[in-house]
Design a protein around this ligand. Structure first.
Ligand code: SF4
Ligand code: SF4
Length: 324
């Protein structure tokens, strides 16, 4: 135990996101998984998965402009004003931020966005994105946005965000081994998030399953992050109602029926290589089964050799690899 770990047992289903006053389910529906970048579900099917998650009581969705999920959300959010929506943008100017806000509101069919985040920030990029941040603060004053923050894979960025009065929430990468962190260790990230939470920042974690690396022990890996007392919610990529049901139980510390576990585990799985792969080749060296190669500047998998162990995901810092 690091002293920052939480205990077992049943946990509350809902909580407040820092000092925002916004109440969310402690499981956040990560929408990237249904998107054209991953499962590429038809709009109706993806919207149905979202709605079935809402019916379970999950009221928090995380997406981003680049995920191309607004059409799913437009369909799913109709008549559901209580669902809290977080989205993100890489915009760094006021003009870019305004465009992103407009795109999001028009895209999902709402006159507001609950949480607007600067996407994938590092300690230094936070300064470069200040005009966008300031735009979102003005949008917050006008009631177009309810809270403002950033997502990050960096411990240093969380430390910096903790000291920024204008930041309401932080969406940091947190998992048991720190897989995907660009600096620091898992323990250092836990400590940084804890300190930020003590300063009133809402913390909703991402990558608790390490980009798929910990699927084999989802209950342990997700349960550990959900149990951390300074984590208000955990975003997990979901693409089926069964996964939503399973993870909703895990996050609340409730027992998982064997039959549900089997149904989720029995689904066909494959290794997904994201389109933003840059062909660095690190994963090729990591795969002990000779299943990966770099072809035309991108990683490619030989499905006949791939054992879906997920080990290659641990060396890709850009999270291009996932067992889905
Ligand atoms: S998947 Fe990741 S590690 Fe593999 S070649 Fe692409 S960028 Fe590099
Ligand atoms: S999932 Fe395992 S077997 Fe498949 S490519 Fe990655 S490391 Fe190799």
């Amino acid at each position: 135990m690091t002293g920052t770990e939480g205990g077992g047992g049943e946990r509350p289903a809902y909580g407040l996101l820092g000092r925002t006053g916004i109440k969310v389910s402690r499981l956040c529906f990560g929408a990237l998984t249904i998107s054209p970048l991953q499962a590429n579900l038809p709009i109706r099917e993806g919207a149905d998965v979202l709605r079935r998650a809402f019916d379970l009581g999950i009221n928090f969705v995380d997406t981003a402009e680049i995920y191309r999920t607004y059409p799913y959300l437009r369909e799913a959010l109709r008549g559901r004003p209580e669902v809290v929506l977080a989205t993100k943008t890489y915009a760094y100017t006021a003009e870019g931020a305004e465009k992103s806000l407009r795109l999001a509101m028009d895209g999902v069919g709402r006159s507001w966005i609950d949480l607007f985040l600067l996407h994938e920030q590092e300690e230094l990029t936070l300064d470069g994105h200040r005009p966008a941040l300031e735009y979102f603060l003005r949008a917050k004053d006008k009631g177009l946005v309810r809270a403002v923050g950033f997502s990050t894979h960096s411990v240093a960025a969380v430390r910096k965000g903790a000291g920024m009065d204008e930041v309401d929430l932080i969406h940091p990468l947190m998992n048991r081994e720190g897989l995907g962190l660009i600096d620091g260790t898992a323990a250092e990230m836990f400590a940084a998030a804890k300190a930020a939470h003590e300063r009133g920042k809402g913390i909703y974690a991402m990558k608790a399953l390490g980009g798929g690396h910990f699927y084999a022990d989802a209950e342990g890996a997700l349960g550990q992050i959900a149990a951390l007392p300074f984590v208000d919610a955990v975003a997990v990529g979901l693409k089926t109602p069964e996964e939503a049901e399973l993870d909703w139980l895990i996050v609340r510390g409730l027992p998982v029926p064997d039959e549900l576990r089997r149904r989720v585990a029995a689904r066909p799985r494959r290794l997904l290589i994201e389109e933003w792969c840059q062909g660095c080749g690190d994963c090729v060296e990591r795969c002990a089964h000779g299943a990966l190669s770099v072809r035309k500047g991108r990683a490619a998998v030989d499905d006949s050799r791939c054992l879906l162990c997920g080990y290659c995901a641990s060396v890709c810092r850009d999270f291009c690899l996932k067992v889905v």
